[in-house]
Design a protein. Structure first.
Length: 225
């Protein structure tokens, strides 16, 4: 991923690469500094501090983007756009939550925007299929598929592939918010409160979105139970 180089370029454009912290300016203790210090230094224009924040969280951001978008190309776009938003809005971060929560919220919002744009383009809605992402979530019928192995029964393997395709199609029919809530709950194992924090909404709103998503999926896939 080219983002770290991009981060340096952005810092260079501002002309602010210095640090008010002698230890940080030396570049020798970056990985030992607390997150709050790094954020404060990055807010002050220290490019090494921002680079360290990118290094600490880039894998988490990419993993989240891949889980939500399902397509590598889209995940890369989300990754780049999210860190650009972080860089441009870092001065607005006021430590009212953890930096990770704030970053997570930006990534999920960028994913929402991309999913909405994808939904508006019918010709661009077919996702890449990654079976591992669909092994859990709809326990009514799909839990049974985890015990099936291609070598044991090729016919069952083909049926499993068909179920994966139908589940992917059904997920695409959810609203972007319903899809993200469902993904975060069932595929990432997040609690409703954590999802609400990430999306900047209430736990009750998340619960309602999850209920609607589950009801729609059960309706579309009911015959597979």
């Amino acid at each position: 991923m080219p983002l770290p180089r991009l981060a340096f370029a952005l810092a260079d454009e501002t002309g602010q690469a210095g640090s008010s912290n002698p230890a940080l300016a030396s570049g020798t203790t970056l990985n030992h500094l607390e997150e709050r210090v790094l954020v404060q230094e990055a807010q002050a224009g220290n490019r090494m501090a921002f680079e360290e924040l990118v290094r600490r969280y880039d894998r988490d951001v990419l993993r989240l983007a891949l889980n939500l978008m399902k397509r590598t190309e889209d995940a890369r776009d989300v990754y780049q756009e999210a860190f650009l938003k972080v860089y441009r809005n870092l001065h607005r971060f006021r430590f009212e939550c953890s930096f990770y929560t704030w970053l997570y919220r930006i990534v999920t919002n960028v994913c929402l925007d991309h999913l909405r744009r994808r939904q508006a383009r019918p010709e661009d809605q077919a996702p890449e299929l990654h079976p591992a992402h669909y092994d859990e979530g709809i326990s009514d019928f799909f839990e049974r598929q985890k015990e099936q192995r291609p070598s044991a029964d090729p016919e069952r393997h083909l049926i499993g592939q068909e179920i994966q395709k139908r589940l992917a199609t059904a997920m695409e029919r959810l609203s972007p918010r319903e899809r993200i809530v469902f993904e975060m709950k069932h595929y990432q194992g997040l609690k409703l409160r954590a999802i609400g924090d990430a999306l900047g909404t209430s736990e009750e709103t998340v619960k309602n979105s999850l209920f609607r998503a589950t009801r729609k999926l059960r309706s579309q896939l009911g015959e597979l139970r």
